[in-house]
Write a protein that binds this ligand. Structure first.
Ligand SMILES: Nc1ncnc2c1ncn2[C@@H]1O[C@H](COP(=O)(O)OP(=O)(O)O)[C@@H](O)[C@H]1O
Ligand SMILES: [Mg+2]
Length: 499
């Protein structure tokens, strides 16, 4: 991927709460804005048309005034400009404060003035006069900014009876004020309304989504339960108030509860069938012990009377005996595994690993004198809580493997140390190693290497499975590292005390 990561989250990654709030607030802002703009525009054009109507009347009065003969005229208002530029029209009856009258002759403003607050005429500045000279004569009123004290004016130019151009104007200050006031009121009221609506939306959304949180919390708790093995108690359910099928969240809650029912049912079924299989294997192994013992007994009996049986029968009986022995071992191992699986069969007492290593290695030495057996023990005894017979079997299985799966002369070192909270037991040999294809599976049941490489036919493929099961039942771990010339099995057991 190229380019810098974008700071904005993609829409779909924002929370549902935010998205609902945005979906509610944005259209509200747009609607409020449109209503505001429409009302301001309507008010403005209404006020302008009112001003235009009044401006019509002002124009009529100015024109009538200039049409009257001099002596009939009412007195002119007092004027602060020079006598020359004093406009007529402002003296007409009915002209209001702010009324502008000007006469334009040949593009030059000859007279102009605005009616002041006290009825006096106020002269225009040169710039203001300049704004009056090019108005379209006889056209519609136009808006112009005259600046200074006058501000915006509505102006219209007409023709006086004497042919001059007569400009009349009315101030738009009132209109602008009214519009400004409306805008201010709309802004304040709109913002308050928006804030109130957003607050209400936040509260409603939070209330509405709270059941969803509870459903999610239930799902999370279930997801944290260890469901993979063993007896599972699946007591978690979505609370009844969140399972009303008339609501969307209720539907999710109902579906989740139904799914949990199914999961619980199938877990119970799995557990039951596992228990049954285990029980069956345990029962079958147990039942096989007695007939196997009889077979061995009879075979041994025949062997003892070697003189009386023909040679090939004797050979056959020896084979029967050794195979029966092998089968007895297999049956014992199966029985032990089934019992370990069921979580039974372990006592807990203090096991002195140091003594156990010494015993097991000397047993191995007796059974396999052609191998070189070495021990590497710490000075202080290492104690672990556990079942002495089973822990002994772990070590015996590992040493038996060296004996059966490595050639004569191989050196096997059994090492023991206490490390942190662990007792670490290691069996290292310099034999040919575990075949690469088998390495990932050595601890699985009935996993064994090429039979031709094994020195004895007594291979069952259960030895390391038992090691793994026993170590796990003790809360420990077992690992293997193997390459030609070095195979190391490392067993870690939780450590009780040192010394
Ligand atoms: N120390 C070892 N050196 C070489 N191969 C080994 C060693 N330990 C175990 N193996 C291989 O792992 C396989 C599984 O061992 P295990 O579970 O004890 O079964 P089994 O000993 O009955 O064959 C063996 O068949 C053998 O191929
Ligand atoms: Mg073995």
């Amino acid at each position: 991927m190229s380019g810098p990561p974008t700071a904005r989250l993609p829409r779909s990654r924002r929370s549902l709460r935010t998205r609902l709030l945005v979906a509610f607030v944005v259209p509200l802002v747009v609607v409020l804005g449109l209503v505001g703009i429409a009302s301001v525009t309507a008010l403005r054009s209404e006020l302008l048309s009112q001003v235009d109507t009044r401006l019509d009347a002002v124009s009529d009065r100015s024109r009538d005034y200039s049409a009257q003969p001099g002596d009939a005229l009412p007195p002119k208002p007092p004027y602060d400009g020079d006598e020359e530029g004093e406009p007529g029209g402002l003296g007409a009856r009915g002209q209001g404060e702010g009324t502008l009258v000007a006469t334009v002759v040949d593009g030059v403003c000859t007279s102009s003035g605005v009616l002041g607050a006290k009825g006096q005429t106020v002269a225009l500045t040169t710039a203001q006069k300049a704004a009056l000279v090019d108005l379209p004569v006889g056209g519609e009123p136009v808006t112009a900014d005259l600046g200074g004290d006058l501000g915006e004016y509505r102006l219209v130019a007409g023709t006086a009876p004497n042919g001059d151009v007569l400009v009349n104007g009315l101030p738009l200050g009132g209109t602008a004020d009214a519009v400004r006031r409306l805008v201010a009121v709309e802004l304040v009221v709109g913002l308050i309304a928006l804030a109130a609506a957003a607050l209400a939306a936040v509260l409603v959304i939070r209330r509405t989504l709270r059941p969803l949180d509870r459903v999610a919390a239930t799902a999370t708790r279930v997801s944290e339960l260890p469901l993979a093995t063993g007896e599972v108690q699946l007591a978690e359910r979505v609370p009844p108030e969140d399972t009303d099928p008339r609501t969307e969240v209720g539907q999710v809650g109902t579906a989740l509860n139904r799914m949990l029912d199914h999961v619980e049912g199938s877990l119970a079924a799995r557990q039951e069938s596992e228990t049954q299989v285990r029980q069956f294997v345990a029962d079958a192994s147990h039942e096989l012990r007695t007939p196997l013992a009889s077979i061995r007994g009879y075979a041994e009996l025949v062997r003892r009377q070697r003189a009386e049986v023909p040679g090939d029968v004797g050979h056959a009986m020896r084979r029967v005996e050794s195979e029966a022995l092998r089968m007895s071992e297999l049956v014992e191992e199966l029985l032990l595994l089934a019992r370990l699986d069921a979580g039974r069969e372990l006592t807990t007492e203090e096991v002195d690993l140091t003594a156990l290593v010494v015993d097991a290695v000397s047993d191995a030495h007796a059974a396999g004198p052609a191998h070189r057996w070495q021990v590497d023990l710490p000075d202080a005894p290492v104690l672990v809580p556990g079942d002495p017979a089973r822990v002994h079997q772990v070590l015996a299985n590992l040493l038996a493997n060296v004996r059966s799966h490595t050639p004569d002369g191989t050196t096997a070192t059994t090492r023991l140390r206490a490390e942190g909270g662990w007792a670490v037991l290691q069996v290292v040999d310099d034999g040919p190693g575990i075949p690469a294809a088998l390495r990932p599976h050595v601890f699985e049941r009935f996993a064994r290497g090429d039979a031709s490489r094994s020195r004895t036919a007594g291979s069952t493929g259960l030895g390391l499975a038992i090691v793994h099961a026993v170590v796990s039942a003790h809360g420990g771990t077992v690992e293997v590292a193997s390459e030609p010339g070095r195979t190391a099995f490392t067993v870690r057991l939780p450590h009780a005390s040192e010394g």
